[in-house]
Design a protein around this ligand. Structure first.
Ligand code: NAD
Length: 451
């Protein structure tokens, strides 16, 4: 990837030392306090800059994702470029409405009064993310100063983000800190007003512990197992999977240029260990090949893996699909609910009643019926985990809300201040207070009086 066109000397380099990280946090806090990031104009300018990155540097983004993951251009466009640019466009279109205080009703006890919910930025936020800019979209749209910590396991994407954000965005309020565990640890020692972390649940626990020290709220987008339930009345069975996989990747998937690779050898070894587990032997019905030198694993289907096998208990996060057969489809709901709550759960069926039961009885961060993953492409739907798959949600307006504080504002005048709120609490005052609160004045229902 050629990043020289970005003129690296013009990019403010953040030195990822402990002092460097502390300075980043202090600088951002003073910029935030100046009020610069809260203005509508600043937010719009930054969203436009981000949009510009996706249009001008589409090819560079493809190259970085190809270099880190051998991700196909199609996938990179749909899940990265398109999603980021759509998020920016939506935020630019809706921002005036999102920023507008929301008027709400007030009760008789405060008469006369008005009330509104004001969305205010949280302050300086830390986003620890692999390669998803939409987090930054929400953080900026909500008027925060932001530190983005891309993942060191995707070095090309990390370096590209650092260069592009450095060149296009306001460097005083949006910074990228690159590095690995020591840098993330140093970042976590600082006080932030929100931390959004995407990654595995072990590090998720470290993030939550560090945040607790500063009472910092967190959004954790974690992993886990995402089950798919397939009704035997559909034709999605092993033969169909086999022929579709051949359509996708040819007879030898290891030779396919469209097969993404595993991000690094640590993850490669983790995934192949699930296949190597003795308890799984003899059950591979599709795929099963791997190539450590090129970090590639063929899409692999494993039939009836025992419940105590590694693959049925560890997070997979790789191209393996264990299939478990159940006698009654409802048994699958119990199986899913007996494990940690997944980030997503899927059902394939045409049975309307079964769909309703699945939605009602299976707990998951999100769901797609007769598809996988695509629910995350809808900005009208919140994306986030529940239980062991995480906490908090984002996408579209949910991203704006995630990075905003909803400030309750009640406004009153000086004209009326009923003394029934104050001592001495005579029987008459108590009666009047109750009547005002319940609307039960002289036995006339509140609805008839009109409040
Ligand atoms: P990773 O190794 O890239 O780590 C993520 C971040 O955590 C990095 O910035 C890293 O520096 C930091 N980190 C790692 N170890 C740390 C430590 N001991 N202390 C402090 N910081 C530390 O992440 P990964 O585990 O390779 O990512 C894969 C995981 O992410 C999977 O579990 C997957 O399910 C999950 N994931 C979730 C989502 C989602 O949206 N919910 C999306 C993508 C990935």
């Amino acid at each position: 990837m050629d990043v020289s066109v970005f003129n690296p000397t013009a990019v403010p380099v953040v030195h990822p030392t402990a002092q460097g990280v502390e300075r980043v946090s202090q600088d951002l806090r003073s910029v935030y306090r100046s009020g610069k990031t809260k203005t509508f104009d600043w937010r719009v300018s930054q969203l436009k800059a981000l949009l510009k990155i996706t249009t001008r540097h589409e090819k560079d983004i493809f190259e970085a994702l190809r270099s880190d993951l051998n991700k196909s251009e199609n996938d990179a466009y749909l899940h990265e470029v398109y999603r980021v640019s759509e998020s920016c466009k939506l935020a630019l279109k809706e921002l005036p409405r999102w920023m507008m205080p929301e008027r709400v009703e007030t009760s008789m006890i405060n008469f006369p009064s008005s009330a509104e919910i004001v969305s205010e930025p949280l302050g300086v936020v830390l986003v620890i993310s692999p390669w998803n800019y939409p987090f930054v979209v929400g953080a900026i749209a909500a008027g925060n100063a932001v530190v983005l910590k891309p993942s060191e396991v995707s070095p090309a994407t990390s370096s590209l983000l650092s260069n592009l954000l450095g060149e296009y965005m306001d460097p005083s309020a949006v910074k990228v800190v690159e590095g690995g565990v020591p840098e993330t640890t140093a970042l976590l020692e600082q006080k932030w007003d929100k931390i959004l972390y995407t990654g595995n649940s072990n590090v998720g626990r470290i993030i939550l512990t560090a945040a607790a020290k500063h009472l910092t709220p967190v959004v954790l987008e974690l992993g886990g197992k995402c089950p798919a339930v397939v009704d035997s009345n559909t034709d999605l069975v092993i033969d169909a999977l086999s022929s579709e996989l051949e359509n996708f990747y040819g007879k030898d998937p290891m030779q396919s240029k469209d097969l993404s690779r595993i991000i690094n050898s640590r993850h490669f070894d983790r995934v192949t260990k699930l296949l190597d587990d003795k308890k799984n032997s003899g059950k591979v019905v599709i795929g099963g090949q791997w190539d450590r030198a090129n970090l590639k694993i063929a899409p692999t289907v494993i039939l009836d893996a025992p419940e105590d096998s590694l693959i049925m208990n560890e997070e997979i996060f790789g191209p393996l699909l264990p299939i478990v057969t159940v006698d009654k489809i409802e048994d699958s709901f119990g199986l899913i609910n007996s494990k940690g709550k997944p980030l997503a759960a899927y059902l394939f069926t045409n049975d309307k009643k079964l769909k309703e039961e699945f939605i009602r009885n299976v707990s998951a961060g999100g769901m797609a019926i007769n598809d996988t993953v695509m629910h995350i492409t809808e900005p009208t739907l919140p994306f986030g985990g529940v239980g062991e798959s995480g906490m908090g949600a984002y996408h579209g307006k949910f991203s704006f809300d995630t990075f905003s504080h909803k400030k309750a504002v009640l406004q009153r005048g000086f004209a009326v201040d009923a003394d029934i709120r104050y001592p001495p609490f005579t029987p008459g005052k108590v009666k009047l207070m109750r009547a005002l609160l319940t609307g039960d004045i002289l036995g006339i229902p509140r609805a008839l009086i009109g409040w």
